[in-house]
Write a protein that binds this ligand. Structure first.
Ligand SMILES: [Fe+2]
Length: 393
């Protein structure tokens, strides 16, 4: 017997090389005539903002570019974008970039139709539907183009603006936009996509639809991330990773994440002074999260091990499950990612504090398939500190 479940995503998804050319006709269909393009200087310098402007122009739309997006955007940076869009006579938004630009674009689209500011919306919500919005990722990882969340940083912590109104009118996933990503960025964003798929698969909010998409996303990452990392111009690999990221984003938009993301947040800024890219931060502790959760979900972790390329035939489901973190670690080795917390500047005396930080993310803990205890997290981070799986010891 199947339980009932909801399933939400963007109103429309356009996937494929060259689909960015349709951004103008898509927004025009919503009656838009003047778009603000929210992006960053790197994407603008690569020529993608100009390409979007050409597509908007071809559809008879006016546009202007705001390129002030930064990694892990602060509330202040988001407010700068809001000042820009409110003063420019715009009626629609294009988000063009990685997760940061896309999250800022969501805030800008709220600002065009609602009074107030980001922190106010986070605390009190907002009521009016957003201005027409197209979200166009230039990395294959965050999945923010199909999520209902926009994340901003304050000096104390990261805060999320969450609303079903943040799903865009159209998500345009054009793999050609990801070709210029250097190898380390490909690795950082691609491993983040894989963590979204696996955490969504582990989540107690998972359902048969998200499970099917998560497994396919993992298969695509296993087939294409190494290729995209080794040769950025490999278009089949870029398309495979763009699709993997999209599927993982849809999974995350419904099943959300488990303690994988909470463990990654627990040891980097603002919890400590350590700065590390999002995907890397989560990946370093992720094998230990998989090992922790495998005990609660042998069948699911055995399926993860198999789809990530481990030989599971003839093994017990328990032995197969514990190969899932082994497969993940092999991918990290191939992508030249650090494999222990010690390598990235964490010291042993920080472990109890970092372990307690995970418990400060009650929603991640609630969605986790295995109960999250302080003792359990200390054990998890002790293994992550050494970079040694208990299964291997
Ligand atoms: Fe993530």
């Amino acid at each position: 017997m199947f339980s009932s479940f909801p399933f939400r995503t963007a109103k429309k998804i356009l996937f494929g090389t060259g689909t960015i050319d349709q951004v103008g006709t898509e927004l025009k269909a919503y009656g838009a005539s003047n778009a603000a393009i929210i992006t960053d200087t790197t994407i603008a310098a690569a020529g993608w903002a100009a390409a979007v402007q050409s597509a908007l122009d071809a559809a008879g739309m006016k546009s202007k570019v705001w390129d002030g997006s930064q990694a892990e955007p602060s509330v202040e940076v988001g407010e700068e974008a809001i000042d820009f869009v409110r003063s420019g006579g715009f009626d629609s938004i294009v988000g063009l970039g990685g997760g940061s630009a896309i999250d800022i674009a969501k805030g800008a689209a709220v600002a065009l139709t609602n009074e107030g500011h980001i922190m106010q919306w986070i605390k009190e919500g907002f009521s009016k539907p957003l201005a027409p919005m197209a979200l166009c990722p230039t990395t294959a990882g965050t999945g923010s183009e199909v999520s209902d969340t926009a994340v901003f940083a304050t000096p104390e912590l990261k805060v999320g603006l969450v609303s079903s109104m943040l799903y865009p009118d159209v998500a345009i996933v054009d793999p050609a936009l990801t070709v210029s990503m250097p190898g380390p960025v490909t690795a950082n964003t691609g491993i983040d996509a894989l963590c979204h798929a696996i955490e969504g698969y582990q989540s107690i909010q998972a359902n048969p639809l998200t499970d099917a998409l998560a497994i396919e996303s993992m298969r695509l990452v296993n087939a294409y991330l190494r290729r995209a990392y080794c040769k950025g111009s490999d278009m089949e690999a870029r398309e495979g990773m763009a699709l993997a990221s999209l599927l993982a984003g849809i999974v995350m938009g419904n099943a959300d994440t488990t303690i994988g993301h909470a463990c990654g947040y627990a040891y980097v800024y603002p919890a400590t002074n350590l700065h590390y890219p999002h995907g890397h931060a989560i990946a370093i502790t992720f094998p230990y999260v998989m090992e922790y959760n495998a005990l609660a979900q042998f069948e699911k972790h055995a399926a993860i091990a198999e789809v990530l390329g481990e030989e599971v035939e003839g093994l017990s489901v328990r032995d197969a499950a514990y190969l899932a973190p082994v497969a993940f670690t092999k991918l990290m080795q191939d992508l030249r990612l650090p494999l222990s917390l010690e390598e990235v500047g964490v010291t042993e005396d920080m472990i109890p504090m970092i372990a307690r930080n995970v418990l400060k993310s009650p929603n991640h803990c609630r969605r986790n398939p295995r109960e999250v205890t302080e003792e359990g997290m200390i054990e998890l981070f002790s293994h992550a500190f050494e970079g040694t799986l208990a299964w291997e010891m």
